[in-house]
Write a new protein. Sequence first.
Length: 496
Amino acid sequence: MNGEPDLLIGGKWRHASDGGTRDIVNPADGSVAAVVDEATPDDARDAVASARKAFDDGKWSATPVADRAALLDRVADLLARDKESLAELETRDTGKTLAESRIDIDDVTSVFRYYSRLAAVESDRIVDVGDPAVISRVVREPIGVCVLIAPWNYPLLQISWKIAPALAAGCTMVVKPSEVTPLTTIAFTRLLQEAGVPDSVVNLVQGSGATLGPALTDTPDVDFISFTGGVATGKAISKVAAEHVTKVAVELGGKNPHIVFADIADSGDWDAAVDHVLTGVFLHSGQVCSAGTRLIVEESIADDFVADLAARAEKIRMGDGMDPASETGPLVSEQQRAKIEAFVQQGLSEGAKLVTGGARPSDAALAKGSFYLPTIFDRCDRSMRIVAEETFGPILTVERFTDEAEAIELGNDTEYGLAAGVRTSDQARGERVVRALRHGTVWLNDFGYYTAAAEWGGFGKSGNGRELGPTGLAEYQEIKHIWHNTAPQPAGWFKG
Ligand code: NAP
């Protein structure tokens, strides 16, 4: 950015080896927000080699855990210091509102603080083998060289869920943000250096995943690949990595049900339920892996509930995320808007009833950006593609149910299993339903929240790993059993 090199390899910032660059577009107005270096496969190979060398020299993994924890805390301090500039950069790159970007930076800060504390916790386990002369210990060690690949919807947030535990565990890494939204990851990598991350421990390349992918994944020099993105990419990476028996954790898409029971009508919870369903699906224009895009609502309240939702959706203020009056921004790119438009056509052709939206906004002030109106389709059923597939945009589909068993059945009728919401004033029913749902996160009478200390991940095609929480650190660790016999050795098996 600003003519400065954007690739960090072996502790040195460089331009791409072939001089290539990429324009990064602000989706709010189509302007070029920045021009960044576009790495080549050779650059990516250099980055992997640098991370390998840094891991194999053993200095970082041998750094006392208290020092690693202190470094993570310094990163958190710098994030707090640079919160506003990072938030603005994220907004210009992704289109999300500044208020959302500020929340993202606060969340990133909390993730570093959490892993700083967790890193410092003693994790060795002593095992009683029945012989006082034998000390049997199970210890955790860094897994090694990690390749960390992130998507474009929460660029800094998603990559921090990987970088923080990887650093805490003592790993070295190559970081690859999405080609669409690399700006905060570049700025953040500079901040990691300022915090004192040693040379070559964190390497950064950005550019097309299809081009850089083989250099990052089809190699025996990588010990762990942590990937967040779409199912097709996750499968492709897993296949390539299997050739090298490289461990892979994939965090993939979602098609998340939000189940609303009729009992909310009598409990005074109606407005809050409408609010949570709206926020759950239209925040960040629906470009959220855990967006509640499938409303599953009890038949007796469905007409009124959908009418209220539509009335509220039509009042959502769209605009440039930098404008404090904007409640939601554009889609991340023209390409993403074209996908949403195709899904809307699909919904119409499948016979879903368009209640609101289904078009670009008519406001001339938004004409240059990739905006799309919040869209609600009623009278949907699970045979429709808009109900089954992740649209990753501002589209809510509505299905209706008549009893609890049907609600659960519909909620579980997806090949994904990332997140779900349940809204009821009957606490016992709520507990029954959340336990019956096969999703990685389930919100009861709330939607969208998470904490650094609790695991995040999906069932089914939503992935096979877990981020955050203690499991999010364990992903970056190998387990070693050490059997130490302190007594003179007894005779072996063979006597001769
Ligand atoms: P994507 O197209 O799969 O890309 C994800 C990342 O993989 C990008 O950095 C991409 O680079 C890179 N990539 C592409 N092909 C690759 C290859 N062959 N080898 C290595 N890397 C490769 O996904 P996306 O469109 O960016 O993100 C949207 C998806 O992410 C949605 O499905 C969403 O649900 C999911 N997501 C899941 C979670 C979760 O926690 N489970 C969180 C956020 C998002 P380029 O950008 O250069 O193509």
